[in-house]
Design a protein around this ligand. Sequence first.
Ligand code: ATP
Ligand code: MG
Length: 249
Amino acid sequence: MSDIEIPESHPRYLSLLTRHRIEEGVEKGITSKQGLIAEGRGEAFDYLLGEETTASADAAERAAAAQLLLAEHPVLSVNGNVAALVPGEMVELAEAVDADLEVNLFNRTEERMRAIADHLRDHGAEDVKGLTADGRIPNLDHERAKVDADGIGAADVVLVPLEDGDRAEALAAMGKVEIVVDLNPMSRSAQSAAIPIVDNIIRAVPNVTDHARDLTDATEEEREKIVREFDREAALREAEDAIRSGELD
Ligand code: ATP
Ligand code: MG
């Protein structure tokens, strides 16, 4: 995993490992300082969710896998936190569902774009989009609007983990089917998603990949049924109830 010296038996092992990876991401120029704050916010919600994938989140992850497999042009968006936490896992998911990977930053700088693309290539990515930036998301200011025309610009389904609320809303307004991973079910990002996954990205991404592998031989009808039967309102409500009541399933 990483070069950090934490015994795996430590009760908060995963949380400490996560923090260490984000810190390393900042040192490598992959993650922004804002990303540190986002991580802290996420951890608080994860603590309240028992640091486990709930049954409801697992259902969202299966629906996400089915939706990605049904897509004509799926794109997985990668920002500084995603690159620091799950670079290899994102590459594996992209392979499992035949999606493009696109670097997509809230605080876009060419250095960080390149550092993240290189980091993904170090983890096995072949083609990384995002650096061409010849497409725009309407109704966002110039820097925040940049995407690749043949990447997110042309995508029908996008996975946007830990996306900023404005951008998540703007992408949904473009008619993209949006899958969001966000531990805060009340965030605008989760609220604007067709499939909100309220789970830690560290657990969510490998689980979507497992579901995708499981659905490799499923028919189009079977995949469509899984997507149709997924209830986004119920998923958001169940996550918020678990956080507020402390009653976990
Ligand atoms: P809004 O979407 O309403 O604008 P926000 O401004 O709180 O909300 P950001 O700070 O842009 O959102 O993004 C951080 C979000 O990512 C938070 O909602 C946080 O819970 C979530 N988050 C942080 N780390 C993780 C993680 N490891 N896995 C999943 N979600 C995470
Ligand atoms: Mg948000």
